[in-house]
Ligand binder design. Structure first.
Ligand code: NDP
Length: 463
């Protein structure tokens, strides 16, 4: 046994930190964890979990409307935001308890306070004079919303505050069209709140396949969302009970809430990492190698604080790989290929692998795609559309990317990630029997290769 008080001290009890602490403790290591907010981290407390519950809540209105065509009737349909947010918070409290008990049962000592790093093997807790020593320190402090600095930026709310709203805003302006902006846009729109999205680029959801971006933007506009591209907010002023939002294109909006969904910054400020010999990147991220080790041999970091792939399952895998590397003698480098991801907009995006644009940079590719009306919309008459696309390597026939917009796209992308990671070819997809009637069967019946439209030249057009 080493002379240190602990074998491992984890800072941050979110997805990555809790997983690493629990696994190390189950191996018989002496483990402590510090958390300054609530055990569970962003995903459980103010991210994925409460967000998905709000997504469910926001979809019932349209579903109940569609149910009429299926013979259902009801009177006096009402929506009550306090009921939804209260029930969501109750579930968050339950999960907070589950995570706390997981640590307790594994024998992890918990300190519910801020901890900072003092040296390669020492950590200082907010309420103590003497530092605590540990053979290894794992930094798993996550990230926090970051706002652009502009006059009136103090009026922004972030996704954090959305989970605490006591009343639904009468209208909302959302700055940013990434994951969070678009998901909250769908949530508020589904609950009947007029939503305006302000985005500096030319199309929402930069980085996703262009067809997905176009499809979701069109669907959101059909649902009444005001998507404003190529513009930005220049200032926000409080105007009585509402806000006056000035845009770069000269327009002025009046709204009852302004949300910034402009990305998240790694939580490293004031953590003492530089003094302990850890290098930070320009946005404050902890720089690590493939094994999550910083340039200080005894300090590792996992999850959003390293700004690699900022997703909960990735943080959990990084936490697991850290324990295997450090405590099990089985060094495990992370594999970031074919990570499936979803955007829980309405309609939803599910995607895995390369977008068409990225694939074209390195491969000769074939594209297969289809747009159709889902069966459930035939009776309701809703103008809902499903979009599916395969990006295929022309040389090897390997499926490089699978993209979908439509119901259950997240569930389908998760399962599709398995064959894609195993190297499935288009021929493998074609030889798989369809499950009928389902949406996903379209992925195994896409026969017609898509060809880009031939450009029409002046002389050709005249011919
Ligand atoms: P994103 O990076 O996804 O999007 C940020 C958006 O804000 C972009 O549209 C960006 O524009 C814009 N933006 C950034 N800075 C400015 C600025 N100064 N002025 C105006 N616009 C700006 O961040 P999010 O906050 O949406 O989400 C953070 C992370 O959380 C995601 O990267 C993701 O990893 C994770 N997440 C995952 C979810 C899921 O898996 N379903 C759900 C929610 C979050 P531009 O495109 O031009 O950069």
């Amino acid at each position: 046994m080493s002379d240190y008080e602990y074998d491992l001290f984890v800072i941050g009890a979110g997805s990555g930190g809790v997983r690493a602490a629990r696994l190390a403790a189950q191996l018989g290591k002496r483990v402590a964890i510090a958390e300054e907010y609530r055990v569970g981290g962003t995903c459980v407390i103010r991210g994925c979990v409460p967000k998905k519950l709000l997504v469910y809540g926001s979809r019932y209105g349209a579903e109940l409307e569609d149910a009429k065509a299926y013979g259902w009737s009801y009177e006096d349909l009402q929506f009550d935001w306090p009921t939804l947010i209260h029930n969501v918070q109750r579930e968050v409290d339950r999960l907070n308890g589950v995570y706390t008990r997981t640590l307790e049962n594994a024998g992890v000592e918990r300190f519910l306070m801020r901890a900072t790093v003092e040296g390669p093997h020492s950590v200082r807790l907010a309420d103590r004079d003497a530092p605590i020593t540990a053979e290894y320190i794992l930094v798993a402090t996550g990230s926090a919303p970051s706002f652009p600095s502009l006059p009136g930026a103090e009026h922004f709310i972030s996704s954090n505050e959305c989970f605490q709203l006591t009343a639904l805003p009468e209208s909302i302006v959302i700055l940013g069209a990434g994951y969070i902006g678009m998901e909250f846009c769908s949530i508020f729109a589904g609950l009947g709140v007029p939503v305006t999205v302000i985005y500096r680029g030319d199309q929402i959801l930069r980085g996703f396949d262009d067809d997905l971006r176009d499809q979701v933007a069109e669907s959101l506009r059909d649902r009444g969302v005001d998507l404003r591209m190529d513009t930005n907010i220049t200032s926000i002023e409080k105007d009585g009970q509402s806000y006056r939002v000035a845009l770069t294109d000269g327009d002025i909006l009046h709204t009852s809430a302004v949300m910034a969904a402009t990305g998240r910054a790694p939580n490293t400020k004031g953590l003492g990492l530089e003094a302990a010999g850890v290098d930070l990147g320009d946005n404050g991220r902890v720089i690590v190698d493939a094994y999550s080790k910083t340039c200080a041999d005894s300090i590792y970091a996992v999850g959003d604080v390293t700004d690699r792939a900022n997703l909960t399952p990735v943080a959990i895998r990084e936490g697991t790989a850290f324990v295997e590397t450090v405590f099990e003698g089985a060094p495990k480098a992370m594999d970031y290929s074919f990570i499936p991801t979803a955007v829980f907009t309405e309609p939803e995006i599910g995607t895995v692998g390369l977008s068409e644009r990225d694939a074209r940079k390195t491969h000769e590719i074939h594209i297969y795609k289809t747009t159709f009306r889902p069966m459930r919309a035939t009776l309701s008459g809703r103008g809902e559309k499903v979009f599916m696309k395969l990006v295929v390597d022309a040389d090897s026939d390997r499926v490089l990317g699978l993209h979908m917009v439509g119901p259950d796209a997240a569930e389908i992308a998760q399962m599709a990630a398995i064959p894609l990671k195993l190297g499935a070819t288009k021929a493998d997809f074609d030889s798989t029997m369809a499950l009928h009637p389902s949406l996903a069967e379209e992925f195994v019946t896409l026969r017609q290769r898509w060809e880009p439209p031939t450009p029409i030249k002046g002389s050709d057009a005249a011919a």
